[in-house]
Every structure is written in C-alpha cells, then in structure tokens.
Design a protein around this ligand. Structure first.
Ligand SMILES: Cc1cc2nc3c(=O)[nH]c(=O)nc-3n(C[C@H](O)[C@H](O)[C@H](O)COP(=O)(O)OP(=O)(O)OC[C@H]3O[C@@H](n4cnc5c(N)ncnc54)[C@H](O)[C@@H]3O)c2cc1C
Length: 447
C-alpha cells in the first residue's frame, strides 16, 4: 500500500524559505509535496541590492527564478495573510487580488522582515526604505533624476537641495547605500559638472557613536575612512527630528535642504507572525533550538521572522542576517524531513563566519573567519563571497561587474517605480504598490 504524501507548505522564499525548500525537495520528495508560497517568482539576493540602486547591477541579476531552480517544489504566487494553526491552513491573496487557502501537514514560516519605522514626524510620508527591489529601482531612478534636475536648476539653492542625499541609519544597508551612492552621483556629474562647482553631497546619519555599530570595530573604522575619503559626511550621534517636503530637521537643530531621505534604520519581523497568537520575542516568533514553534511540532519558523535561541550565547537569539537565515533554512528543511521519517532532527548552531561590507569601486571591509581585510583585497573577497553564496545567476552578476569596471554607468532613469508606489510603511516591501489597489492590497508590476 502506498504511503500518503505529506503536504509541506513553506511561506516565504527568501534565504531561509528557499534553502528549506531546496533541502526538502532533495531529501524527502518521495513522500512529500512541497509548496512554496511567495509574492514574487524569484528569490532575492538582498545583500547586492545597494549595487542595484547604484546602477552597478541590473535588477534581474540579484534575482533567482524559483521555478527554474526548484523544479520539484510547487510555486504559489501570493502573500499569506492568515495562519490557522488549529485548522492547519494558510490563507493568502494572489497577485491579481484573488484569494486562496492552502492546507498543510507541516508548515515552515520564513517571511523575513520589513522596514522598521520610528515615530518621527514626516518620515513615513517623505522617506523611503531599502528592503526590496522596487525601492532599489526607485532610488536609482530618483537619484539620477535629482542630478538631472540639479543640472537644470535655476538657483544654486535648488541645485544644492536636489543633489543632497540623506541616508538615515549607518548599519550595513545604510553604509553601503551611502558609499555606493556617492560613487554613482560623482559618476553622473563627471561628464556634466553642476553649476558653481557644486558637488553631490551624501550624508550618513546614525544615533550610534560609530558607523556599523553592530559589527566589529575594525570594519567600522575601515568603512568610516572610505566613506569620509570619498566625501560622504558621516554624522554619528545624530538623528532626524522631522522630515518635510523640503528637507530634514536634525536633532542638533540643523535643517538640511534635500529631496531624498533613505530610511535604513533597520528592520522588524514581518507582521504576519504577530497574528499567530504565539509567544514573540521583539516581534519574532519564538522557536526552540530545533526551529519548532512550541506546542506545535508541525510548525517551524526560521530567518528574520523567527527568534532562534543562540546556543553559543545562552539567553540570546541569533541576529537577523542572511548567514543565519540561510543555515536555519537548511536545518528547518532537514527537521521537517526528520519529522516525516527521513533522518534525525538537529538543533541549530552556527558561529559567525565574519561579515563583508561592499563599499563600491574596489573598496570593501571584511573579516572572513575573523581576519580583518580592507581595500581591494577585501573587495575581491567580498565579491567572491557573494558569487559563492548566490544560488544562481553568478555569471550574469560577474559579467555586470566586469562591464562596470570598463564602461561608464548608464545615466538614464526609466521612472517605472514612482515614489507613492514604494511607501515606507508597508508589510510588502517586495512589491510595488499599484494605483487602483484597495488600501491594503498590492500586487506586482508597474502602473
Ligand atoms: C539591503 C540589505 C542588505 C543586506 N546585506 C546583508 C549582508 O551583507 N549579509 C547578511 O548576512 N545579511 C544581509 N542582509 C540581511 C539579510 O538579507 C536578511 O537577514 C535575510 O534576507 C533574512 O532572510 P529571510 O529568509 O528571513 O527573509 P528574506 O530573505 O527577506 O525572505 C522573506 C521572503 O518571504 C516573502 N514574504 C514576506 N511576507 C510574505 C507573506 N506574507 N506571504 C508569503 N511570502 C512572504 C518575501 O517576499 C521573501 O521572499 C541585508 C538586508 C538588506 C535589506
């Protein structure tokens, strides 16, 4: 008699969900039907997103086709908006607004995180986040447009405001965005200098006393030096008090005229997990070291959305990084397989392998296996690391890097992603909002 096939549902196909699906379809596909629910048909390699905004990489380079690389998983396009743990169902909204319900025997929640908001007046209206491909595309176009408008500005004041770019938050995202942004705008004005010798001005703010406050101090020092050497104004111990149409008011009383505020103050777990009614740790779904949700052995969670105990640092939880999410995805996949009778379950334990911060050009800061590197060597290690870590598209990425090294960047803005379609306050940074959608309804595509 043939054994009934188990239904495994993975919600979210980022670092954790993608890896879990890959493991499961390798290990247990003889007895499990693996379904992947994700709003986009691709896995997004987020660490290279600043390079999309800077025009070094074309957007499709940082995506990896789900159906192309996970042929044994069934892809359902949609966003989960409800989980019924008792009925073992997940409800979702499809890309064209239709609704559906998926049943499961095993569930893996890997929905990642969204932009973190702070109660600063005007920020939700005037700032943009940096958590998804639409935001990166928007930023590239917006920055290019500001430089073009600055070139045609009638007054020096207008010119200065348009080519002033404020990045709030000097974690790895903000640091990379500012570092790469300054290179982009310098390249844009090189052929056509701005009036009165005005130079694009990038400011990087953080309340912390140093850039990359959560990383090793040596990475911080190297990045600070590269940023300042490039002309980025690094303002530590500084924050934004208010954002308006015309600029930002800093907490030291200075008003900065600008049309660009990039909000990189961090991320918070996807709000879907808060709706489960299970214990949370700072918004992340609490799991045990086996990535199981307590009292629900059939439910697993991993990645940014899960609070996974850090077995090397008792009492603490693993950081929200791709490194952890990728490895937790593997363990989640193996443990789901174990629960179906394939192999033994295992607890999650991983020591940091170091971090890389790509600062654009040949510059980077990196500490692989604790060895501190800077300059072109760090740049080469960083790019090599990304190529090795990407689950696909490596040749295209390498080709773009090569082309960028020998050709000037394309100074055009397509204007396909508009400001209103990438609001800061969204549960779906991976999708651009469309004009005729209901207030809480988004779907992909351009207006
Ligand atoms: C710009 C940037 C640069 C970064 N650089 C680094 C770096 O250099 N090194 C590093 O270690 N970390 C880096 N990170 C952090 C890292 O990307 C995250 O920690 C990692 O992506 C978390 O993996 P995840 O699988 O939990 O979430 P994600 O990779 O974000 O995947 C979540 C998936 O769930 C989907 N999803 C969301 N909501 C729903 C829903 N309701 N229903 C269905 N699907 C849903 C999303 O579309 C997405 O596909 C960076 C992050 C950003 C934003």
């Amino acid at each position: 008699m043939s054994r009934t096939r188990s239904r495994v549902l993975i919600v979210g196909a980022g670092f954790a969900g993608y890896r879990a699906a890959r493991m499961l379809t390798r290990v247990a596909r003889r007895s499990a039907d693996v379904t992947l629910l994700n709003p986009t048909d691709y896995f997004l390699y987020l660490p290279l997103l600043p390079q999309v905004a800077a025009g070094t990489l074309e957007p499709r380079r940082v995506t990896v086709s789900l159906s192309g690389t996970l042929p044994h998983a069934r892809l359902v396009l949609g966003e989960a908006d409800g989980v019924d743990l008792e009925a073992r169902t997940v409800s979702y909204r499809g890309p064209e607004g239709g609704r559906g319900v998926l049943e499961y025997d095993r569930l893996v929640l890997a929905v990642g995180s969204v932009n973190k908001l702070l109660p600063v007046p005007g920020v939700a209206e005037h700032a943009h986040g940096f958590r998804g491909l639409p935001e990166a595309l928007y930023l590239r176009d917006h920055v290019t447009r500001q430089i073009e408008l600055a070139a045609a500005a009638e007054t020096p004041q207008d010119c200065r405001a348009r080519c002033t770019f404020v990045v709030v938050g000097a974690g790895y995202t903000g640091t990379e965005v500012a570092a790469q942004g300054q290179l982009l705008t310098d390249a844009l004005v090189k052929k056509r200098p701005l009036r009165d010798g005005i130079r694009p001005r990038w400011m990087l703010l953080d309340v912390a006393p140093r850039v990359l406050p959560e990383l090793d101090e040596r990475l911080s020092r190297t990045s600070d030096k590269v940023l300042r050497g490039r002309g980025v104004e690094v303002r530590t111990g500084t924050s934004v008090k208010e954002a308006t149409d015309d600029g930002v008011l800093l907490d030291d009383g200075e008003f900065v005229d600008t049309r660009t505020v990039v909000w990189c103050v961090g991320v918070r777990p996807d709000p879907l997990v808060a709706g489960l009614g299970r214990p949370l740790e700072r918004g992340r779904l609490l799991v045990d070291p086996y990535l199981n949700v307590p009292s629900h052995p059939e439910v697993f969670a991993c990645g940014d959305a899960a609070a996974v105990p850090d077995l090397d640092k008792p009492g603490r939880y693993t950081a929200m990084t791709a490194q952890h999410a990728w490895r937790q995805g593997r363990v989640a996949g193996l443990n789901v397989a174990a629960s179906l009778g394939y192999g033994e379950r295992r607890s999650y334990r991983h020591r940091d392998l170091g971090f890389t911060v790509d600062l654009g050009g040949a510059q980077a800061a990196a500490n692989p296996l604790g060895i501190h590197l800077s300059g072109p060597l760090a740049g080469a290690v960083t790019r090599g690391y990304h190529l090795a870590a990407m689950p696909g598209n490596r040749i295209r990425v390498a080709a773009d890097w090569l082309l960028d090294a020998v050709l000037p960047r394309q100074a055009v803005q397509l204007g396909l992603v508009r400001s209103w379609s990438v609001p800061l306050d969204t549960a779906s940074p991976e999708l651009a909002r469309v004009p005729d959608s209901a207030p809480d309804q988004h779907h992909g595509g351009t207006p």
